[in-house]
Design a binder for this molecule. Structure first.
Ligand SMILES: Nc1ncnc2c1ncn2[C@@H]1O[C@H](COP(=O)(O)OP(=O)(O)OP(=O)(O)O)[C@@H](O)[C@H]1O
Length: 401
C-alpha cells in the first residue's frame, strides 16, 4: 500500500496547494484514481515488448516504473467492454474499494479515447502456476507454504463472496490468476473484471463466461448458471492442483491419471488418498493433506448444494477438529450433471476437541455407503472414517494451526 498512500498524500497536497504539478501519475478530477495515458506510456517505455509481462484474455499486461520508483502492472483492456466511460469508471471506483491482503491491489485506471487500462501493484514472483508446474521452482513450495497459499486464497474468496462492499463472483479462479508476493503470499488477481464486461442480454460474453477449461463448474459451463459455488468448484480444482503439484488435466499421464478430479476420487475411494500428494514434497502433514484432498473433492461436487460455501471452507481450514462428509464422485468438466440452486453448506463443523470423536454429519451426500468405521493415525493427528454416516472426522493434537 506504500504507493497508494503516497499517491493519496500526493493528491492531498495537490488539493491543498492548488498546484497541477505534483506528479503526473494520477488525476483526481473525477474523485478517483485516474492515470494519464502519457504517464503510463513513459512508465512502460511506450508499452514496449520488453516490458510486456504476458497476454491474457483481457489483453496484454506491461510492467511499468512510476517516477517515484513504484513498480506497477498495467493491463491494457483490448476487449470491447460495451460500457460507456462513465459506467466503466464507476465500476473501477467500486473495485478500488475492494481491498484485502489476499487480493492484488488495484491502483486505478486510465481512459483515453477508446483505450482503457487498469493499473495494479506489480508482483515480482508472477503467478502460482509458474511455481507449481515448473520443476525448478516447485521446491520453493514446501508443505507449509502450500497450506498457507491454500488458506490465503480461501480467505480472499470469502472476502469477495461475503465481506466486500459488493459481492464479487470471480468466475475464473485458476493457478495463473493467483499472483505471489515476495514471501509467496497469494493474491487473487482479475477479480471484478467480469463487472467491466457485462452481458447485455443480446450478447453472450463468450470470453469470460467460458472461464478456463478444467476449472469450470458444470452448471456454469453448460447452462450459464452462475453463483458463488462456481468459484467454490474452481477453488476445489485449484486446491487439488496445489496438493498434487500437477494440472487438472494432463494428457501425458496414464489415462487413469490424466483427469485430476477422477484420479483423486478413485484414490479416495480406495483409501489411497495420500498417493495424490506431490511426490516432490519431502515432508508434509499427512492429516492436513488428507483433509485438503477431501475438501477439494467436496468443492467439486456436481450438485451445487453439495459444495461447501467459502465460509465453511475457511472454518475447515482453520479448525483443529471437524467432520467432513464423504464426497460423491466429482463433476467432470463439460459433462452434464444434475444441479440445484440451494446454497446451503454441505459441511458440518465439529466443535469437539478430542482426537477420535466422530459426530453426525448432516449433509446431502451421494458418496459411498459402506457400513464400517475405521480410525487412522498420522503422526500426532488422527481421523476417524465413519462409513455408516458418510463422514470423516479430523482432529489435530497440534495446537494453533
Ligand atoms: N500485477 C501483476 N504483477 C506481475 N505480473 C502480472 C500482474 N498481473 C498480471 N501479470 C502477469 O501478466 C500475464 C498476463 O496476465 P493476465 O492476468 O492478463 O492473464 P492470464 O491470467 O494469464 O490469463 P486470463 O486473462 O485468461 O486469466 C501473466 O503472466 C501474469 O503473471
Amino acid at each position: 500500500m506504500g504507493f497508494l498512500s503516497s499517491l493519496c498524500s500526493c493528491l492531498e497536497k495537490r488539493r491543498k496547494s492548488g498546484s497541477a504539478d505534483v506528479g503526473a501519475e494520477a488525476d483526481d478530477k473525477e474523485d478517483g484514481l485516474f492515470f494519464e495515458l502519457r504517464s503510463l506510456q513513459i512508465a512502460t517505455n511506450f508499452f514496449s515488448d520488453l516490458n510486456q509481462l504476458g497476454h491474457g484474455g483481457f489483453g496484454p499486461v506491461y510492467k511499468g516504473l512510476m517516477p517515484n520508483g513504484q513498480e506497477v502492472a498495467v493491463k491494457k483492456l483490448s476487449l470491447d467492454s460495451r460500457q460507456g466511460i462513465k459506467e466503466f469508471t464507476n465500476e473501477v471506483k467500486l473495485l478500488l474499494k475492494i481491498q484485502h491482503k489476499n487480493l492484488v491491489i488495484l491502483f486505478g485506471c486510465c481512459v483515453d479515447g477508446p483505450a482503457k487500462m487498469l493499473v495494479y501493484e506489480y508482483l515480482p514472483n508472477k503467478s502460482l502456476d509458474c511455481f507449481l508446474f515448473a520443476k525448478e521452482k516447485s521446491p520453493s513450495l514446501d508443505w507449509t507454504k502450500r497450506f498457507q497459499i491454500v488458506t490465503g486464497i480461501a480467505r480472499g474468496l470469502l472476502y469477495l463472496h461475503e465481506e466486500a462492499p459488493v459481492r464479487i463472483i470471480h468466475r475464473d479462479i485458476k493457478a495463473s490468476n493467483i499472483l505471489l508476493d515476495e514471501q509467496l503470499n497469494p493474491k487473487i488477481s482479475d477479480f471484478g473484471l467480469a463487472r467491466l464486461f457485462p452481458e447485455d442480454g443480446t450478447h453472450v460474453n463468450t470470453f469470460k463466461i467460458s472461464g478456463t477449461y478444467g476449472y469450470m463448474a458444470p452448471e456454469y459451463a453448460l447452462h450459464g448458471y452462475l453463483s458463488v459455488k462456481a468459484d467454490v468448484f474452481s477453488f476445489g480444482v485449484l486446491l487439488l492442483e496445489i496438493i498434487s503439484g500437477r494440472k487438472s488435466s494432463d494428457r501425458r499421464l496414464d489415462p487413469q491419471k490424466a483427469d485430476l478430479l477422477i484420479y483423486a476420487w478413485e484414490l479416495f475411494q480406495e483409501r489411497r488418498t495420500l498417493e495424490l500428494v506431490d511426490s516432490s514434497l519431502e515432508n508434509y502433514d499427512a492429516d492436513e493433506a488428507a483433509m485438503c484432498i477431501q475438501l477439494g473433492l467436496l468443492c467439486c461436487q456436481p450438485t451445487v448444494s453439495d459444495r461447501p460455501d467459502m465460509n465453511s471452507v475457511n472454518l475447515t481450514l482453520s479448525s483443529d477438529s471437524f467432520t467432513l462428509p464423504r464426497p460423491g464422485k466429482p463433476a467432470t468438466q463439460g459433462r452434464v450433471s444434475r444441479w440445484t440452486t440451494d446454497s446451503s453448506s454441505a459441511l458440518t463443523k465439529n466443535t469437539t476437541t478430542t482426537n477420535t470423536t466422530t459426530t453426525n454429519a448432516s449433509s446431502t451426500l451421494t458418496g459411498a455407503t459402506n457400513a464400517t468405521s475405521s480410525t487412522k493415525a498420522f503422526g500426532g493427528n488422527s481421523f476417524v472414517e465413519d462409513y455408516s454416516r458418510n463422514s470423516i472426522s479430523y482432529s489435530s493434537m497440534d495446537e494453533g494451526r
